[in-house]
Design a protein around this ligand. Structure first.
Ligand code: PHE
Length: 347
């Protein structure tokens, strides 16, 4: 046997050994070490290739070519074996880490606005369509804006500590007891003609029960212009009630008294739940008391240096909790402040 034939024989045996070793490799690690053994720097093939220069000129290319074919074959075997193993591993992984994509998702719970915020925004938006701009005022207020500028006489009973919360921030600093406190502020800020609403919290020193809570919300409206008549006040509020309850309702304006409006009225609407026939919501009266209103008293205009000979207007104020209770049939005002999810989730 010639030297070349011996080497060729060696190469063939080598190829068989490599093929066997690769076929038996069961893990990526085993394949990798088999590859190192046969094709690596210290592998047998490298040794054979290194001995090439010792061969005769004629034999060298033949054996070189042969060795290369063997090398390529093993390389190919290696790649195929690796591919099969990758596939098997993926299949195994898919079996054990099965994901049922048809299962319903867990879903994110989206919160929503508090029912009071919802109805408050709804009320503001209704008046916005009639040209009333929402403005804000402070909840901690001076007695001046809460009472004096609104024509409350110094001895008016609602100034009493039993009705109004006084603070220790200095004499005459109160928690506003109505949003009417924003009237004078708005007139100072925006010269007439003006149309504003003010929504927000108000405070009254009151015992808690199903109908009363020491903090609640009001929406105030104020319009100042030339030659404003009571008919415009009526039209504005009738339209408001139609939009709030979703249908036109009969209304009546009962004479009332507020220091800052003259004449003043309490607005009742026909009960939207029984159409005036009488039900639990309206206490069998067929009517709902909705809000206070009236023509702005000239003294209020004078307090902010607006000439009552040139300008006049109307104002109205409503309790948001009360309207929400009527609209949604809620029987206890405390629900709004207990933060019970079972209640809040209904809105
Ligand atoms: N401020 C009054 C109240 O709290 C409501 C009101 C506002 C009445 C505006 C007339 C005009 O009861």
């Amino acid at each position: 046997m010639t030297e070349v034939a011996k080497l060729e024989q060696q190469l063939l045996e080598f190829e068989q050994a490599a093929s066997k070793s690769l076929a038996e490799a069961k893990t990526q690690g085993e394949i990798e070490s088999s590859r190192q053994e046969f094709l690596g720097q210290k592998g047998i093939l490298t040794n054979i290739l290194r001995s090439l220069p010792q061969l005769s000129k004629e034999d060298r290319p033949r054996l070189g070519q042969f060795a290369n074919t063997v090398k390529q074959k093993i390389e190919l075997l290696y790649l195929e074996r690796k591919k099969t193993l990758d596939g098997q591993e993926l299949e195994e992984k898919l079996k054990t880490e099965k994901i049922d994509i048809t299962l319903p998702g867990r879903g994110k719970k989206l919160g929503h606005l508090h029912p009071l915020t919802q109805i408050l925004t709804e009320i503001e938006n209704i008046f916005l369509t009639m040209g009333f701009t929402p403005v804000e005022g402070p909840e901690v207020e001076t007695e001046y804006y809460n009472f004096d500028a609104l024509n409350f006489p110094p001895d008016h009973p609602s100034r009493d500590e039993q009705d109004t919360f006084y603070t220790n921030l200095g004499s005459n600093i109160v928690l506003r007891c109505h949003t009417s406190s924003v009237q004078a502020r708005a007139m100072e800020k925006f010269k007439p003609p003006l149309r504003v609403t003010c929504a927000g919290r108000v405070y009254r020193n009151e015992e808690i029960n199903a109908r009363k809570y020491p903090v609640f919300h009001q929406v105030e409206g104020l319009l100042i212009d030339r030659n404003v008549g009571f008919g415009q006040l009526k039209g504005t509020l009738n339209e408001f009630i139609r939009l709030l309850f979703g249908k036109p309702l009969k209304t009546r304006f009962r004479p009332d008294f507020f220091p800052f409006t003259e004449p003043s009225a309490e607005l009742d609407s026909e009960c939207p739940f029984c159409d005036g026939a009488g039900c639990r919501t309206c206490g069998n009266k067929g009517w709902l008391e909705l809000l206070g209103c009236g023509m702005v008293d000239p003294n209020v205009l004078k307090a902010v240096n607006i000439d009552p000979e040139e300008w006049n207007g109307f104002a109205f104020g409503m309790g948001v909790e009360r309207l929400a209770m009527l609209k949604y049939g809620i029987t206890d005002i405390r629900h709004f402040y207990n933060n019970d999810m079972r209640f809040l989730e209904q809105f």
